[in-house]
Design a protein around this ligand. Structure first.
Ligand SMILES: Cc1cc2nc3c(=O)[nH]c(=O)nc-3n(C[C@H](O)[C@H](O)[C@H](O)COP(=O)(O)O)c2cc1C
Length: 393
């Protein structure tokens, strides 16, 4: 079985990596000086050129290696108790290894594998939430059909736990003005987050709350977003789930924010993703609970809902129906000032579908949904099968 190690720490971790991995069948790739962009969520690798990423950079070499690999280790630094953006980035780009089409595997709805299962492990350096790192490995490996090899701290001499940050008191009462940051890497025009935000703000407006929107998909706008983050007291970051947590692009933005601030601030989150069930979002929710204190803010809760992938593939009334539930949540946020309410907690829906719902979805809907994806791919000009294997020998 071939093993690939993606060392995002470069020379800094080379000795530890070599000490841990002595097998000749192991290939260590130093990604620290490779040109690797963030996944921008364009979905071309699923819908337009199945299996081939639209970004023309060094990651193509990695995908070609992954196709011949069964074991993947990621070597990463940490930030906010989790992988840093460079470690997360190499995993966010792994999408071409999966197909657009979905099915149930081990009781959970998942994308089908384009090639074969991958076992995934993590070697990390720096303070981290060990449980969160292990959970991330379990979830990520399961998504790609494999099992987790565990999360191992290679920073033997350092303190092993994240410093407990001082909890800031919740900023009570209705907001007058809300700064909204769209953390999706996808250009705003195509972003599902953008459509959800525009539904949510209708509820804010009904209650007289003003708002401004900043998009992280365009780096030229980061200075303005950072400035708004520092000057205002009520911030909402809305974003899509990417490989079980925050998109690497958003992690990079968060890592350039100063941790001290003059203006007291409450930071809330609006989280959504392609899969329907609540369990999908629990790791990211845990990450978000600990994040505001590390940025000098208080936590205003996280509003979560799955099933957002299809927003982009729908139009007109069907799309309006999909985003409508976010309007009353905007109104509620305006009234209560946070998502720390029972109504917001319930919004996530069922944790897992009962077995008979899974069976029914499998029998009655999945074929239709997958055919819908094929139709949508054709409309984008795709001429290949969605399960094409461009790098297979
Ligand atoms: C790289 C990548 C990773 C993703 N990982 C997940 C995931 O782990 N779970 C999930 O439910 N959806 C996942 N999705 C789906 C997105 O969350 C979903 O399509 C969302 O609607 C995209 O919103 P946007 O258009 O604003 O970017 C992923 C999408 C991409 C591109």
């Amino acid at each position: 079985m071939k093993t690939l190690v993606l060392n995002t720490l470069g020379k800094e971790a080379l000795d530890q990596v070599n000490a841990l991995i002595k097998d000749k069948e192991v290939e260590v790739v130093d990604t620290s000086d490779m040109k690797i962009a963030h996944c921008m969520g364009c979905n071309q690798c699923w819908l337009k050129t199945p299996g081939i990423c639209a970004i023309n950079d060094d990651y193509e070499k990695i995908i070609k290696k992954l196709v011949e690999t069964e074991i993947l280790w990621i070597v990463s630094d940490t930030r906010f108790g989790f992988l840093d953006y460079k470690g997360k980035r190499v995993m966010d780009r792994i999408m071409p290894m999966l197909n657009m089409t979905i099915g149930f595997r081990d009781g959970w709805m998942r994308h089908e594998l384009r090639y074969h299962p991958l076992n995934v492990g993590l070697l990390y350096k720096g303070p981290a939430d060990q449980m969160m790192m292990e959970d991330w490995c379990n979830r990520t490996a399961a998504n790609i059909g494999g099992r987790s090899l565990g999360a191992i701290d290679i920073d033997y001499n350092a303190k092993q736990v994240v410093d407990a940050m001082e909890e800031k008191p919740v900023v009570a009462g209705r907001p007058e003005h809300l700064v909204i940051i769209n953390g999706s890497p996808r250009v705003a025009k195509f972003s599902n987050t953008d459509k959800i935000i525009h539904s949510f703000v209708k509820g804010l407006e009904e209650e007289g709350v003003t708002w401004e929107l900043h998009n992280l998909s365009d780096r030229k706008l980061w200075d303005a977003a950072r400035d708004a983050f520092l000057r205002h007291g009520r911030i909402l970051i809305a974003f899509p789930l990417y490989v079980e947590c925050v998109p690497s692009l958003m992690l990079e933005f968060l890592s350039i924010l100063p941790t001290g601030r003059q203006v007291p601030c409450q930071l809330s989150f609006l989280l959504h993703g392609g899969m329907d069930e609540g369990n999908e979002f629990r790791l990211a929710q845990r990450f978000l609970q600990g994040l505001p204190a590390q940025l000098g803010c208080s936590y205003g809760g996280t509003l979560i809902k799955g099933g957002s992938f299809r927003i982009r593939t729908t139009t007109g009334e069907e799309r309006a129906k999909m985003v409508a539930p976010w309007v009353p949540m905007g109104k509620l946020f305006a009234q209560k000032g946070s998502f720390l309410t029972p109504e917001a907690e319930r919004f996530i829906g069922p944790e897992q579908y009962p077995w008979w719902v899974r069976k029914m979805v499998s029998l009655l809907f999945l074929k239709k949904v997958n055919r819908g994806f094929e139709g949508f791919a054709k409309s984008l000009g795709c001429t290949r099968r969605l399960d094409d294997k461009p790098y297979s020998r």
